[in-house]
Write a new protein. Sequence first.
Length: 456
Amino acid sequence: MFQTWRLKLREAEEAYKAGDLAKAGRLLVDESLTQFLPGRRLATKVTSRKAERAINCIKSSDFDSAWGEIEDAILLSGETTDVLEARRSLVDAILGNINVSLRTGDATAALEAIDLLEKRKVAGAAVVTLKHVAQRIHSAANLVKRGKFSEAEAQLEAAMRLRPDFVELEQGRADCRGWAEKARVLTEQLHHAMVEQSWSEVVALADQLLQLAPESALAKEARKRAWAKVGATVVDSMRGTDRWSCENGIGKVNGERFLLWVDGVGGYLVCLASEILLGQAAPGNRVDVPILADISRRHARIARDGEGYTVEPLHILRLNGESIQTKTILSDGDEIEFGSGVCFRFRRPHALSASARLDVISRHRTQPFADSILLMAESCVLGPRWQNHVVCCDWEADVVLYRQDGELYCRAMEAIEIDGELCDGRGRLSTNSHVAGSDFSMSLEELDRCTTQPLL
């Protein structure tokens, strides 16, 4: 009588020959075929192929798949030489990415990667040092938001002591010194204006200070007192407006949006409302962010509430892998999953702006297609710095889109051309404006109200 294990072994061999290593490995483990010599030989072959696959995944920066191949191989044959070599290559590649993230100031991404390494029991002095550096940079970003520029500079200095080769952090320290001096001057002027009871000036100065330090308690309190004195309703300038009306501008109704095309960089769907709906791109479906995916027509709502953002699930929603059923606060770097596999990453990159960005990290697309979605509050910063809402590596300086008195403006450090007319560094934008500078060019394209077009 032919033994059952031989039948299973033959099935595993056929799977191996067909390139289905997952099935071959599963049969070898589940059926305990490695207790037999032919099974152990096949397991060695599968393990070697999985190690090769892991190396290929590393080369294409698909680290999750590489981890999967390595962990399957270890379960099958233990820590063989090939598997250990693949694991070392993977760890080195991840550490290299973490170094890049920290050099560009993206502490959130670095901390996420370090956390995954620690969960997989990857330790060592290099990991510990990078974690301390990431924590310092992350702390500096939070301190900047509160106007603690000297403390932020000290955190960056401590990070540089741990990794002197991260010379890019010196620019961050220089920025902190510049912001500290601006904040000092504005604070002195603000105190003087309050003593003189020049409330209009207090409001203007407080707004400028909030642009530097969005969580400045002094500026918020001064602004509140000023509006109370003049009998106006307090509206946080960092919050954005619910309705943005202007005769010739872009926003006419709540929920209006437009496309921002940045030459040589990409296209961005800009949503102006303080609350947006995300859902399926289906004919007649009225959502702000239509997604070409198998999700609900109205799947989730994201709102700017005060200085923060919340996400409200209308159907199945996961936040950082955990299912949520109620409105939840979003933090920089959070991963949002709609339905099954439609993934976005929420970012608050710029410490001086309440605007946010949604990056598509799955292979799904929006309609119309956009590289990212910008949730614009009062301002949107484009330029070469890592903390900008749109990073434009080849630009010399930042360019700012901002909202003022119900209209949209563009500001740059040089003369710019808007719709064929030369402006001295600042100008108002209309519905479909084109803006050009010495080293940049971008266009705005108005979209109809939040409906999707029939799919062809």
